[in-house]
Write a protein that binds this ligand. Sequence first.
Ligand code: ADP
Length: 574
Amino acid sequence: MTAATVEGTEAEDAGALTDGIHLVVDALRLNDVHTIYGLVGIPITDLARTAQAAGIRYIGFRHESAAGHAAAAAGFLTQKPGICLTVSAPGFLNGLVALANATTNCFPMVQISGSSERHLVDLQRGDYEEMDQLAAAKPFVKAAYRVSRAEDIGRGVARAIRTAASGRPGGVYLDIPAAVLGEVVDSASAAKTLWRVVDPAPRQLPDIESVDKAIELLAGAERPLIVLGKGAAYSRADEQIKEFVESTGIPYLPMSMAKGLLPDDHPQSAATSRSLALRRADVVLLVGARLNWLLGHGDAPQWNRDAKFIQIDIEPSEMDSNQPIAVPLVGDIRSVMQALVERSKLGQISTAAQWREEIVLKGAQNVAKMADRLAAARIAHPMKFLGALQVIRDVLQDNPRVCLVNEGANALDLARNTIGMYRPRRRLDSGTWGVMGVGLGFAIAAAVETGEPVVAIEGDSAFGFSGMELETICRYKLPIVTVILNNGGVYRGDDVSSSEDPAPTALAAHHEFMIKAFGGTGYRAETPDEVADALREALASGQPSLIDCLIDPSDGTESGNIAHLNPKGITNKG
Ligand code: ADP
């Protein structure tokens, strides 16, 4: 190991002695950690204070889950592990939800948690917030480590960062017991135990024979298709992907968080003819997209039964997880796409005009059908989801810097299809689990990491999971506009109750009052024009704002696009 020391570290400034807390902060600084997302309490409050004093930005949340989701989003946006700081036991468990979600989505993140005294926890003697956190974390994360001595803090931080960022990115848990945080050690020798991780995510070059096989298969295809997933967005291979798509003429389909990698109005986008593209494609190049439930597991009849798959992924075990992979291209997407670009220069691939036209024609038909729905929704009263969303779309087109966060059921499905993205990594949503509760945490990270305005489009149910983070947004004065599509319920607001109590899906809130309590600006909008006016004003102000959009309670589909996942019992309407 080469020991590297930081000039003027907290440890050295503290004099001859230092402690675990200062060493954690020094190790993070040494590894260019600029921001920590967390929630303080025993035993990590002084860690947050020390980090802030040392120049690391500390963003304090109201719930650890939201802090964790923010760290995960920061990981996706920066390619560096987002750091979440939590207290022991319950706080740790709240954060673990986000760490598991980060792992599922392949976002690099490190959750650092304080924990209780090992000698008490391990004999179950009933310590304050007693829990074997390391064991609890293990099933849900890429890796879990514990630091048991202050001299291992540098090693623990380095190992966590390396593991989270390299290979398939994911969530890493780093357990630091209170006793280690408080351990007093010699400052000069402790500084030598810290190091900076060199090249945390080294390039992984593909086997060139596989690259040639992929080119051959694509060249022989009649109806090739490229599917871009959020792995493609994460890998920052924007130029290579554009060049390969455009030079080969192959139609492409963006998964939701890959939208904007190429602008959504790109002539080769098959987004508006998705079903046809999947059903008809005979050779499919998957770029950082798994054949999981979001892609119907690659199964017929949604997909062509005879389709051959080429898959680019950094994780070899992803291959064949659902369908036979004719050409596995294992490597980092940027390197693989670069190799594909080079090999395709030989000019073997030229996509048949007939296939491209088929896609374009179907897309135009679907857009025309949708135009009728949009026109009807624009004038409908009470307001429909699509009435609000089309004016939001128009306002966002005039504000191209905006990052979009999106969660909900109908609010997710309809916003994803209505709102085009024109820049890479500017859309964050419910992701691989289709989870609710990521909204405001993601929005906060998007604002902090990009410095750009954020619009979070939330279903009223989804918003509730992280709604208290409005206070965080206001406290840090972040330029986030939270737009709530409020139809008064989970899925819909018109369910009939079978008792004196409200129906299980019922919700009732005037959300605009919430943000006012924290000093932000609240709007209530009952028509699309009011939504547009409020959104323009809120974006122009750059201040924390919330627009509660009153949506027809009868608008909305139970479980949105995935109603088929409900059990088909005798009582279920879905
Ligand atoms: P989507 O939900 O958009 O379809 P997924 O989350 O299913 O995307 O797939 C992302 C895939 O990208 C994962 O299998 C992951 O291993 C892969 N991946 C992430 N980063 C890279 C990278 N830099 N190079 C190659 N593959 C990557």
